[in-house]
Write a protein that binds this ligand. Structure first.
Ligand SMILES: CCCCCCCCCCCCC/C=C/[C@@H](O)[C@H](COP(=O)(O)O)NC(=O)CCCCCCCCCCCCCCC
Length: 218
């Protein structure tokens, strides 16, 4: 059908993206890397639809997604099926720079850690969105969530740039519109369903990284 590519783009709906994180969890609570990366891909697409001011953020996310996809598609791809198997494989084979950057500056472990920290931002931000009222400001909710999570790991100049980008976020009504989920009540309901799963994926990864002392990888 003519124009179907464009209409596919317009059909973009955040529910599907957040659903991807549901698919991340295996029966025995391991985290599938392919679905995790797919979730981030969808989020980046959403971010891009908010405008080019966010380009420096989505570019970094895309780079990190690509690093992980390369491992998934690489010759040792079978070791990268879950985050658990990736951690085991990379640690067993000394493929991770543990204290300072050296011969493995782009290990799967350190790359995923950056996205993992961003997932905490997402969790905090979505929870604020969920409980927000009509006059709440997305820029404030975003900045608060950032300050409690990712910002703790970013140098001043990145924090400054991020803070400036947040200021041009669309207001809550327009933001909900871009999410394309439906009326505000439906957005709130959708977030209420999605958040526990995002939170679970975050917790499982956090505990795994803590167990292996990987939370400060350079
Ligand atoms: C909706 C507004 C979106 C705001 C996004 C908030 C996150 C702000 C992150 C700012 C990162 C700036 C770019 C630079 C990052 C890197 O320095 C830094 C460290 O990397 P390195 O150790 O390899 O050097 N990288 C990172 O921390 C990873 C950042 C990944 C950010 C991914 C953000 C995706 C946002 C998706 C938005 C979806 C919102 C959906 C809400 C309904």
């Amino acid at each position: 059908m003519a124009g179907s590519v464009a209409s596919d783009d317009q059909k973009f709906c955040l529910t599907e993206v957040l659903d991807t994180f549901k698919l991340c969890l295996s029966e025995n609570k391991e985290v599938y890397l392919e679905q995790y990366v797919a979730g981030w891909r969808g989020l980046v697409k959403f971010l891009n639809s908010l405008g080019s001011v966010f380009g420096f953020i989505s570019k970094d996310a895309v780079n990190k997604i690509q690093v992980l996809v390369n491992y998934l598609n690489g010759e040792n791809g079978s070791q990268y099926i879950t985050v658990q198997s990736m951690v085991k494989y990379e640690l067993d084979n000394e493929l991770v720079d543990l204290t300072k950057r050296g011969s493995h500056p782009e290990s799967g472990c350190r790359t995923l850690l950056r996205l993992h920290r961003a997932l905490r931002w997402l969790e905090l931000f979505l929870e604020r969105l969920r409980t927000s009222t009509e006059d709440s400001k997305t820029s404030v909710m975003c900045a608060e969530s950032y300050n409690e999570s990712l910002a703790l790991h970013h140098p001043w100049v990145v924090r400054k740039a991020a803070g400036m980008a947040f200021l041009v976020l669309p207001g809550r009504p327009a933001f909900f519109e871009v999410m394309n989920v439906g009326p505000p009540e439906q957005v709130v309901a959708m977030l209420g369903e999605a958040l526990p799963l995002i939170s679970e994926v975050y917790q499982i990864t956090e505990e795994l990284y803590a167990q292996h002392l990987l939370l400060d990888l350079p």
